[in-house]
Design a protein around this ligand. Structure first.
Ligand code: ZN
Length: 133
């Protein structure tokens, strides 16, 4: 098992950032040709998901849909920090993603990328990449 971390600096409250290059670099550094990679987000108001990298409107629409489903303000929220929506989005999206490694590369589909998901930015965030052979 090869574990590494890298940081992501977000610039908006809700944002999806393509971190595929950083994950690919971690796999290269680990020298694993056949195995799997786990991308893990050690935060309670952020997440990781895999989705389309071709049309940026997809990212816009996903963030907008999440925001509509989970509004920033709700009369029933009790969490004093005021970021309950970010916590809910984090758990909905999830804090880990697993991708098979085939031939030294992630077996992503043509249109897929790995996205770090910010739900309470801007902040400095950490991503843990665990490469297994
Ligand atoms: Zn909170």
């Amino acid at each position: 098992m090869h574990n590494t971390t890298f940081d992501v600096r977000t610039s908006g409250r809700d944002q999806m950032i393509d971190i595929t290059p950083q994950v690919a670099e971690a796999i290269r550094d680990a020298g694993v040709v056949s195995g799997q990679v786990t991308v893990y987000i050690p935060h309670t108001t952020a997440g990781v998901t895999i989705n389309e990298n071709a049309d940026p409107d997809v990212i816009h629409d996903m963030l907008a849909a999440l925001d509509k489903a989970i509004p920033w303000r709700e009369s029933f929220y009790q969490h004093a920090e005021g970021n309950s929506a970010a916590h809910v989005k984090s758990s909905m999206v999830g804090c880990s993603a697993i991708v098979p490694i085939v031939g030294g590369r992630m077996a992503l589909g043509t249109w897929q990328s790995v996205f770090f998901c910010e739900f309470d930015g801007p902040r400095s965030r950490r991503v843990i990449v665990s490469v297994a052979d």
